[in-house]
Design a protein around this ligand. Structure first.
Ligand SMILES: Cc1cc2nc3c(=O)[nH]c(=O)nc-3n(C[C@H](O)[C@H](O)[C@H](O)COP(=O)(O)OP(=O)(O)OC[C@H]3O[C@@H](n4cnc5c(N)ncnc54)[C@H](O)[C@@H]3O)c2cc1C
Length: 230
């Protein structure tokens, strides 16, 4: 995507947005941590787990916060190369990844809350105490496995309904959301990018109608719940 953008005369600026200025029902500029101030006809919030904070800079409430999620890699003697993605009713998932396997989904609902956005330290006890017993019960050959690596990241978690918020704020219409994907944003990104581009260029969705994901439901507290979140 970045390569394609560079070919279309786009300016990339590497800096953090530290403030957003608003005049009434329009955002007018963004302030950067390098001291620059960029005038803006339209602002798209694509700040991932930080989206709630960026919205707040424009005085707009967005129920999106960072929630820490861990992924573990393990080796097993048995190779199930054609094994599909398996999701246990507990939420723990496993699938092959080349010659190894990846697994995760062990974070307990109780106590799940906003995470320190700088915390990327894997929670190894989740593998030992929660994931491994579930895997060994489902697939006896996984009693003998060797964890090798792990990483942790943050879901851009929409606390209202774990679904994306896409499109303009109903009052501040030149502030657009592309947020709250809650762990499934990679697979939705191409469609959302296309939909927002159509909205900006043509003033309406043409190929992918994202109106069900609009901010209106957030303002009304009306959930459009995504149930298949792992
Ligand atoms: C462990 C894990 C596993 C996942 N697995 C999947 C999966 O299997 N399938 C799937 O579809 N999705 C998955 N996701 C979710 C997916 O990664 C996200 O939904 C997706 O990356 C969101 O894309 P984004 O562009 O909206 O945000 P991000 O990719 O988070 O990008 C946000 C960008 O905004 C920048 N930013 C933030 N604040 C500011 C600021 N103030 N100023 C300037 N820039 C700022 C950040 O630096 C970052 O570059 C997973 C996430 C995690 C953590």
């Amino acid at each position: 995507f970045r390569k394609a953008l560079r070919e279309t005369n786009i300016d990339f600026v590497t800096a953090d947005v530290t403030g957003i200025e608003r005049q009434g029902d329009r955002v007018t500029s963004v302030n950067l941590d390098n001291g620059e101030r960029l005038e803006a006809g339209i602002v798209v919030n694509a700040a991932g787990p930080n989206a709630g904070k960026v919205s707040a800079m424009a005085g707009l409430v967005l129920p999106v916060e960072p929630r820490k999620r861990n992924v573990f890699i393990f080796e097993a003697r048995e190779k199930y190369a054609d094994m599909p993605l398996l999701v246990d009713p507990s939420g723990i998932y496993v699938r092959p990844e080349g010659s190894v396997y990846i697994t995760g989904g062990a974070e307990p609902q109780e106590g799940d809350g906003p995470a320190d956005p700088g915390d990327f330290e894997p929670d190894w006890p989740l593998f030992e105490e929660v994931i491994w017993p579930v895997l060994a019960t489902r697939i006896p050959a996984f009693e003998a496995i060797k964890p090798t690596r792990a990483w942790a990241g943050h879901y851009d978690y929409n606390t209202l309904d774990q679904n994306a918020v896409i499109g303009p704020h109903p009052q501040v219409r030149n502030f657009l959301f592309a947020n709250g994907f809650s762990g499934h944003g990679l697979q939705q990104a191409p469609a959302v990018g296309k939909a927002l581009a159509e909205l900006i260029v043509h003033g309406g969705y043409r190929t992918v109608d994202c109106s069900a994901f609009g901010y209106e439901r957030v303002a009304e507290g009306r959930a459009f719940r995504e149930l298949n979140v792992i």
